[in-house]
Ligand binder design. Structure first.
Ligand SMILES: NC(=O)c1ccc[n+]([C@@H]2O[C@H](COP(=O)([O-])OP(=O)(O)OC[C@H]3O[C@@H](n4cnc5c(N)ncnc54)[C@H](OP(=O)(O)O)[C@@H]3O)[C@@H](O)[C@H]2O)c1
Length: 334
């Protein structure tokens, strides 16, 4: 018997059948429509990610069923639990496991999830900070963890971050600069150079005017690179890495295909690491603990801002059009 559930209907941003890959809108759902799970939560904060914009605007096949509540992450308070690991009042993080794709996601005031998908908010982060970081920041932290395991260290040379004003990239710049790396930011928003330098970028390059070249091997410049863009920029990065340089690739904001040759890999030993945020629980627990301690971003106040659930349609349009700098966090109390 669930005693402390707020009486519905619950507000949600749902994606319905329509268009090529679905059409999203704000709506309400009743308690009978809550998705499967043995832990019921009240949403506190959820973040707005590029993938959410794709889902909401029906720009890619993300939604695997209709209707579906969008949102690939949330921080929430447990209201009711049928699993001994969680009790009412616990604050938990949920991302991955198909939320916002084939299970209802973060943009819903009350929701249900399987206990196996939850982790507790790590000590050292507030609920708001956890979603200012969100999946985007988690992915950047995981990338840095993997890059350092593959030999990256600050004295070896500069690290290039593309899509630099984006959510994931902003947090990557912040974390890497704090660890002593020379960070070079590549952005399509030259007007955001002061923001990027404020996060710790040593240099800001304008992607609209930069000569990327077309040779199989360009001048070796970067020891590390975090690629949230894909497409031609990933191809350029591979051509421009120094010997044993490490690229972490996780994004497709600039396209899903990239062309190139094997020469960077076989002649320069370039390491291309794919990064998928849908980590097993043990890894995600370890990375979140790092995000709350030695990888804690220092500039979340500059990177993230609060919006209301009602602001989501505009947020998706702006994010898809690359008009956003940093991250947006839905505050369910606003
Ligand atoms: N694999 C995973 O598990 C995983 C996890 C999290 C995120 N991701 C992916 O990582 C990417 C970034 O996510 P996010 O939430 O940080 O997105 P975001 O905030 O929208 O940032 C993307 C940034 O990329 C740049 N950009 C946009 N369109 C571009 C284009 N056509 N060509 C070149 N650059 C472009 C823009 O930065 P500038 O204007 O500064 O250039 C934009 O701010 C997305 O593709 C997302 O799906 C993947």
């Amino acid at each position: 018997m669930q005693t402390n559930l707020p009486v519905g209907p619950y507000r949600a941003y749902r994606v319905f059948e329509g268009g090529q890959f679905g059409e999203g809108r704000l709506t309400t759902i009743g308690i009978d429509a809550l998705d499967v799970g043995n832990v019921t939560v009240r949403a506190l904060f959820a973040s707005v990610n590029y993938k959410d914009a794709l889902t909401a605007l029906g720009k890619a096949k993300v939604a695997m069923r209709f209707p579906l509540t969008a949102g690939i992450d949330l921080c929430a308070e447990v209201l009711h639990s049928e699993d001994a690991r969680y009790v009412p009042g616990d604050v938990v993080l949920v991302h991955g496991f198909g939320i916002g794709a084939d299970h209802d996601g973060g943009y819903q005031t009350v929701a249900r999830f399987p206990a196996d998908w939850l982790i507790k908010l790590p000590a050292g982060l507030t609920a708001y900070e956890s979603m200012a970081i969100g999946v985007a920041g988690y992915t950047s932290a995981l990338s840095i963890d993997l890059m350092e395991l593959n030999g990256l260290s600050p004295e070896k040379g500069p690290v290039l971050i593309n899509g630099a004003t984006g959510g994931a990239a902003s947090i990557a710049i912040d974390i890497l600069a704090a660890r002593g790396y020379d960070v070079v930011a590549l952005s399509g928003k030259p007007e955001a150079a002061a923001y990027l330098r404020g996060l710790g970028a040593k240099e800001v390059i304008d992607r609209h005017t930069y000569p990327f070249g077309t040779r199989a091997l360009e001048k070796p410049q970067w020891q590390g690179a975090i690629d949230s863009v894909g497409g031609e920029q990933l191809a350029w990065l591979a051509r421009s890495m120094r010997n044993d340089g490490v690229i972490a690739a996780f994004g497709n904001a600039g396209g899903i295909e990239f062309k190139g040759s094997v020469l960077p890999f076989i002649l320069r030993g370039v390491r291309l690491i794919g990064v998928n945020a849908n980590s097993p629980l043990a890894l995600r627990t370890r990375i979140w603990q790092r995000l709350a301690s030695d990888l804690r971003p220092r500039h979340l106040a500059q990177i993230a801002r609060r919006i209301r659930l009602d602001d989501l349609p505009q947020a998706f349009a702006d994010l898809y059009a690359a008009r956003v700098t940093g991250r947006m966090v839905v505050d369910f109390a606003a």
